[in-house]
Design a binder for this molecule. Structure first.
Ligand SMILES: [Zn+2]
Ligand SMILES: [Zn+2]
Length: 285
């Protein structure tokens, strides 16, 4: 039984390659039982030029206009019809920032989404994981302040009640600036318990994201070994796996390594969702 890969970017995402049909075909060929498309939904008005758009068959379209959901959902439905033996779910990866809830309303009411991933990619409207924007942010803030701001936004995302799962909790560790990663992770570790308690209280899942292993070569997933152990000790039990694929050949990348991290931390199963509710529980062993 292969672990479902439920964090996938088809070419609706401006930074991804491969159509929904190509992904479905690749997943089927690999023998995956289940995938979920989670194209980016970036709605920050300040970042509209940078990432406030989607591609529809290669044509740029503003992401804040929900009309693009029609072809997105149609293509997912077509892939379902054309691919037997593969369960295909519909989702979004939503960039969380203060005030996004109101902007999200028409997107969330448009469809009974299976899986909504909440992500913190930006602080003060800067994509801090990107080198130049990270440097700009760090010219004004310490690594500990980066960790603190990440935690505050993550807690707000969890408590908003909008998300099935929170993606890549320690994502900003990928920022490659001398002296940053260790200080950030130490400061983050001091605050993660609050995050894990909030996940448990709100029955929100925690994603294990393998892009940290294969794309960013960090030697561990998001979240890393220590954070996974801390999450388990705090009572987190709902976990999901996501490759965060940006092209079909990245599907389920590094899942075997990530599975070992999860098992070592104490986790025994991963969950999948339909209509935002737990649908199935897959044993990790
Ligand atoms: Zn993300
Ligand atoms: Zn993603």
């Amino acid at each position: 039984m292969q672990i479902p890969d439920i964090h996938i970017h088809p070419d609706f995402s401006f930074d991804a390659h491969g159509s929904i049909a190509q992904y479905a075909q690749a997943a089927s060929t690999m023998g995956l039982e289940e995938i979920c498309f989670t194209t980016h939904l970036d709605l920050d008005p300040v970042r509209k030029e940078a990432d406030g758009w989607v591609n529809i068959n290669g044509v740029r379209f503003p992401s804040d206009n929900p009309a693009w959901l029609v072809p997105y959902l149609e293509q997912i439905e077509q892939a379902r019809c054309q691919t037997s033996g593969l369960r295909i779910k519909s989702g979004l990866e939503i960039d969380y920032f203060s005030g996004v809830e109101d902007l999200l309303a028409p997107f969330l009411s448009a469809y009974p989404w299976d899986y909504l991933l909440g992500s913190v990619h930006c602080l003060e409207h800067l994509a801090v994981a990107e080198h130049s924007q990270g440097m700009a942010y760090l010219s004004r803030h310490t690594p500990a302040e980066v960790a603190c701001a990440t935690v505050e936004l993550t807690l707000a995302a969890i408590r908003s009640g909008k998300f099935t799962a929170i993606a890549h909790l320690d994502y900003l560790k990928r920022l490659d600036v001398p002296g940053f990663r260790q200080s950030y992770q130490t400061a983050l570790a001091d605050r993660l318990e609050e995050v894990f308690r909030a996940l448990v209280e709100t029955e929100t899942a925690m994603e294990i994201n393998t892009r940290a292993i294969n794309t960013y070569q960090l030697g561990e997933p998001f979240p890393g070994r220590d954070a996974l152990q801390q999450a388990f000790r705090c009572g987190v039990r709902q976990i999901t796996f996501g490759s965060d694929s940006h092209r079909p050949q990245e599907l389920a990348n590094s899942f075997l390594q990530a599975k070992e991290f999860a098992i070592q931390a104490g986790f025994v199963s991963v969950t999948t969702y339909q209509g935002g509710k737990i649908e199935r529980i897959f044993p990790l062993k």
